[in-house]
Write a new protein. Structure first.
Length: 137
């Protein structure tokens, strides 16, 4: 079992490098086009993986992109950190609950409007179908 360990480690490294190469944005790939890097990693598993790790990906750009996110840039969505550093669940977030109430009220008003329109149409149809009563005003 121990003699298979180097092979398994090399295989895991190759799979990681291949997936990393595929998922890296084009602007973070250095020296060669992304397609060429994918082919190199596929055709030369160990050497290609090491080359990709060493020179293929611009790691500084990836760190800069990850550092740009902050809780304040999340737009105050439910569950994001608040200025006090405390995280709120959606059911505890007053802003989120207020937006739900507002949407609920809007939907209720729309439903009442549809029901009134439906009643009016039904009354119009009943009035025009009843020959004894004549046309309704």
């Amino acid at each position: 079992m121990l003699r298979n360990l180097p092979f398994l480690l090399a295989l895991a490294f190759w799979v990681w490098a291949f997936i990393d190469c595929l998922t890296t944005p084009e602007e973070e790939v250095r020296y060669l086009p992304k397609v060429v890097w994918v082919i190199i990693v596929l055709l030369f598993p160990l050497v290609g993986s090491i080359a990709w790790l060493a020179v293929g990906k611009d790691r500084r750009a990836a760190r800069g992109r990850a550092a740009q996110w902050s809780p304040e840039s999340a737009g105050g969505r439910p569950g994001t950190a608040r200025p006090g550093g405390r995280q709120l669940a959606p059911d505890d977030d007053p802003e989120f609950l207020a937006s739900l109430r507002k949407d609920n009220q809007r939907h209720e008003d729309m439903l009442k409007q549809w029901e009134a329109d439906l009643r009016r149409r039904e009354e119009d149809l009943r009035g025009s179908e009843d020959p004894d009563q004549g046309p309704r005003a």
